[in-house]
Design a protein around this ligand. Structure first.
Ligand code: NAP
Ligand code: ZN
Length: 349
């Protein structure tokens, strides 16, 4: 069927309304009426061809929430009317070691929610800036938050899981000192989740104006990273630093803050590389720089359930679909508090 969407025909063009085709639900598929879709910085990198291999037309969006409209005959876990979400993954091989462990995000054949090859028209996946999506039930998440929080739940599907997964993997919790670098969509969720896990949380920002807000999000301390004196107060002290910055920057000022055996995990994915790290910063204290990509389906459900239980949602600014290009410009200036979410009901003629 044909549905309304917002996307771009080239990396140099703004996003505009377009019609796209969704497949009829197959036996294992869930057809979802999309209520809201969060706006991730990855959407900007991809639609503007900052990362290699963007396919056009490109319809971004992988923070999808809505209600089930219909299900295929072999779908047993979902019924029409259920509140559900779809994150960054819509398919994978389903039989490799990664899929068996519920880490579909690391499957070599993972199919992303947009810009990945698919048999469906137009030959690549199209994301959540659209009225509907059809997804195999394995990649559909149940949402247990109340309906009135639905828009603010959307960012959990990427910003939430991308910070949750490394915080869990590197065991953030009581007694651990955790830094979160960059207070945007990912960073603000990282602060909320690390705080809820019981860690001592220090937020790092380049924006003096975000100092008070970061405390309100749950940071125990806030450091303006341009201030060398403030940075020096924290040398050799962090167990884990989660770095969400969307641009290349000096990593050494952060690795110097790790304690012996501490790890800085990069989740920000800039279009161009960081300068190489200062090796002595690493070897003198056996420090690590690591990376982490989104999260698997079971841990995404675990994160959603944890957030429902603890009343955690994103701080959002709801926009109409036709405000998306302005929202991108604001994100590039760091002017977002802290996630734009599209009201997909505005995707009309
Ligand atoms: P965002 O909302 O735009 O936030 C990024 C934050 O980084 C900004 O708010 C700003 O925070 C800081 N920042 C940006 N440019 C900077 C610069 N030049 N120097 C220093 N700090 C800068 O972006 P997001 O949606 O959170 O995404 C962040 C990055 O993660 C993107 O590269 C995105 O593609 C990537 N990502 C990765 C994964 C994964 O699986 N690994 C998943 C989703 C997104 P302050 O104002 O506080 O400094
Ligand atoms: Zn994302």
């Amino acid at each position: 069927m044909t549905v309304k969407a917002y996307g771009a025909h080239a990396g140099t063009l703004p996003l505009e309304p377009m019609d796209i085709i969704r497949r009829a639900p197959g036996a294992h598929d869930v057809q979802i009426d999309i209520a809201y879709c969060g706006v991730c910085h990855s959407d900007i990198h991809q639609v503007r061809a900052e990362w290699a291999g963007t396919l056009y037309p490109c319809v971004p969006g992988h923070e999808i929430v809505g209600r089930v409209a219909a299900v295929g005959e072999h779908v047993h876990h979902y019924r029409p009317g259920d509140l559900v979400g779809v994150g960054c993954i819509v398919d994978s091989c389903q039989h490799c070691a990664e899929c068996d462990e519920g880490l579909e995000n690391y499957c070599d054949q993972m199919v992303g929610t947009y810009n990945f090859p698919t048999p469906d028209a137009p030959g690549h996946t199209l994301g959540g800036y659209s009225q509907q999506i059809v997804v195999h039930e394995r990649y559909v998440l149940r949402i247990r938050h109340p309906q009135e929080q639905l828009a603010a739940v959307a960012p959990l599907l990427c910003a939430g899981i991308t910070t949750w997964s490394p915080l869990r993997h590197w065991q953030a919790g009581p007694g651990k000192k955790v830094g979160v670098v960059g207070i945007g969509g990912l960073g603000h969720m990282g602060i909320k989740l690390a705080h809820a896990m019981g860690a001592h949380v220090v937020a790092f920002t380049t924006s003096e104006a975000k100092r008070a807000a970061a405390k309100a999000l749950g940071a125990d301390e806030v450091v303006v990273s341009r201030n060398a004196h403030e940075m020096a107060q924290h040398s050799n002290s962090f167990d884990l630093i989660l770095n969400t910055v969307a641009a290349p920057h000096n990593l050494d000022i952060f690795t110097a803050l790790l304690r012996r055996d501490g790890t800085m995990t990069l989740v920000g994915a800039p279009a161009t590389p960081h300068d190489s790290p200062e090796v002595f910063n690493l070897i003198m204290k056996r420090r690590s720089i690591a990376g982490s990509m989104i999260g698997g389906i079971p841990e995404t459900q675990e994160m959603l359930d944890f957030c429902a239980e603890h009343g955690i949602v994103a701080d959002i600014e709801l926009i109409r679909a036709d405000q998306i290009n302005t929202a991108y410009e604001r994100m590039l200036k760091g002017d977002v508090h802290y996630r734009f979410v599209i009201d997909n009901a505005t995707l009309t003629d």
